[in-house]
Ligand binder design. Structure first.
Ligand code: NAP
Length: 266
């Protein structure tokens, strides 16, 4: 069994914390170091919540990559630094697995060409939950037979963007397999603005924001006398970790950039 040496950026964050635990409990992974912008030159075990995890902490990513030998960087930070971390990892021949959201099309194009130049794998996955990826794929399958569809996505009330990236991606995947269709009555009118939600290629997306929720989505397909509902719920951040594990395993075999786990789940 070959061991994959992993560096986690953002270990004190909600996702990063889960990723550290994932690497620790996975026999074929080894935690080599962490990158934390608020700590440097200490051992992770001295940070609360990481007792017994004996790896170095670096605030400077270049110093980390120069001093520590690693195969993969898992980045779970913020859009502002995620791009810099990903580029820096590729330049050091370390394969990025990026869960950080907010990359632009230009960022992706730049990373794609850097990945090609380096000839190593890179995975950027806005949603690591395997169930959410399957929900999108099943929805695309269903849309061939049920062209009338509405999406209801539900998230915690601290989420800044609406609709969610997963809802937009679901709509794009459905739009790729069905004829554009303006749904509902041709003369329908909103008596309260926004009542019908966002309109993507004729299908509607509704965004719910409530405390207590994590990340949830229903895709509803209606037809004569029947309704098909495809639903996924992430109840906690641990739900994303099977996808992170799959991405780390897969990135070691790739020599291209893959955007979205749906492209590696058959
Ligand atoms: P979070 O709890 O706020 O964690 C973010 C981490 O990044 C914190 O440890 C933070 O440190 C650190 N950070 C902030 N600025 C930094 C900098 N300049 N350099 C290095 N580290 C920095 O957020 P989260 O919920 O874990 O989410 C992290 C990212 O993953 C977000 O982009 C989120 O949208 C994304 N996400 C992805 C998925 C997926 O499935 N792909 C799922 C959920 C979330 P401080 O606490 O010191 O600021």
């Amino acid at each position: 069994m070959s061991i994959v040496k992993v560096i986690v950026a953002g270990p004190r964050g909600r996702m990063g914390n889960e990723a550290v635990k994932l690497v620790q409990r996975t026999d074929e992974f080894e935690l080599a170091a962490v990158i934390d912008h608020k700590h440097n030159g200490i051992n992770l075990s001295s940070i609360e919540g990481f007792q017994g995890i004996d790896v170095p902490v670096f605030s400077d990513i270049n110093e980390c990559f120069t001093k520590v030998e690693a195969d993969v960087l898992i980045d779970l930070t913020t859009p502002e630094v995620g791009m810099y971390h990903t580029e820096t990892a590729l330049k050091h021949n370390i394969r990025p697995v990026v869960g950080t959201t907010g990359f632009t099309k230009e960022d992706l194009a730049k990373l794609e060409s850097l990945t090609k130049e380096k000839g190593i794998g890179c995975i950027i996955a806005p949603n690591f939950a395997i169930g959410a990826i399957l929900m999108m794929k099943f929805s695309q399958m269903a849309a061939k037979y049920f062209p009338d569809v509405e999406i209801i996505e539900m998230h915690h009330d601290q989420k800044l963007d609406a609709p969610s990236g997963t809802a937009s991606k679901t709509a794009d995947m459905i739009a790729a397999v069905r004829e554009t269709k303006q749904q509902g009555h041709p003369d329908e009118k909103e008596t309260i603005l926004g009542a019908r939600g966002a309109n993507v290629d004729g299908m509607h997306i509704h965004s719910v924001r409530l405390p207590g929720l994590v990340a949830h989505q229903q895709v509803l397909f209606g037809s004569d006398g029947e309704l098909l509902t495809i639903r996924h719920d992430s109840f906690n951040r641990a739900s994303f970790m099977s996808g992170v594990k799959l991405a780390v395993d897969t990135v070691m075999k790739l020599d291209i950039l893959v955007y979205g786990l749906e492209n590696i789940i058959e």
